[in-house]
Design a binder for this molecule. Structure first.
Ligand SMILES: C[S@@+](CC[C@H](N)C(=O)[O-])C[C@H]1O[C@@H](n2cnc3c(N)ncnc32)[C@H](O)[C@@H]1O
Length: 193
């Protein structure tokens, strides 16, 4: 299984945002584009990927939304914003609440999530322009890729994360977060991972 961990310092952590003004919800639009690149294919869904949204915006950070598309999961590319809204509204203190099949929300920090993914046997990579080339790095079947939003990963977190994982670069340019997810998915598909 491949995991993507999208980290955003500003994405809103309650459901009271306007779906017609996603930029003002801490660039929720970027989170949504990344999630679509992570889990959707043309006329199909990816069953080989789990997408994690980790939001540190106001009013109640941090929130971890996990989405794994299963046969029973109802999700539409056209309405991811409303789905995130509903999931954030349904957060329950002290538990990982599965709001819909395959879709849960809980309070969890990015470090804790990464520690858990590592304990589960995943090799963790951080998407970083200065890292080792994605095309050359060895990637196991159980892997997780951490990426930032429009502001990137804050320097303090980046330093801590880099100690725990391999930085990988997809090229010399700075890509949209969603583009990096599409490129990683493609690389793993081509390798048959
Ligand atoms: C739009 S970029 C962030 C731009 C931000 N100004 C920065 O310098 O980090 C969003 C995320 O995509 C990933 N990313 C962008 N370009 C990349 C590259 N060439 N190689 C690896 N990851 C990249 C990084 O994880 C980054 O946090």
């Amino acid at each position: 299984m491949r995991h993507f961990v999208y980290f955003s310092r500003h994405a809103q952590t309650s459901g009271n945002f306007d779906v017609h003004d996603l930029m003002r919800a801490g660039r929720m639009d970027i989170a949504i584009h990344s999630l679509i690149a992570g889990l959707f294919l043309s006329h199909d869904f990816r069953k080989d990927a789990i997408f994690h949204l980790v939001f540190y915006g106001q009013p109640d950070p941090p929130k971890h939304i996990e989405i794994q598309i299963k046969d029973e999961t109802v999700i539409s590319k056209k309405d991811v914003a409303n789905l995130i809204k509903k999931v954030l509204y349904k957060y329950r203190e002290g538990e990982k609440h599965e709001v819909f099949p395959g879709i849960s929300v809980e309070k969890k920090s990015v470090m804790k999530l990464i520690e858990e993914l590592e304990k589960e046997g995943n090799e963790i990579f951080i998407l970083d322009k200065k890292g080792e080339s994605l095309r050359k790095v060895k990637i196991p079947e159980d892997c997780a890729f951490v990426l930032g939003d429009q502001d990137g990963i804050p320097l303090k977190e980046l330093k801590r994360l880099k100690k725990l994982m391999t930085p990988v670069s997809i090229g010399p340019k700075t890509y949209f977060a969603s583009q990096t997810v599409a490129i990683v998915n493609n690389e793993l598909d081509v390798r048959g991972i």
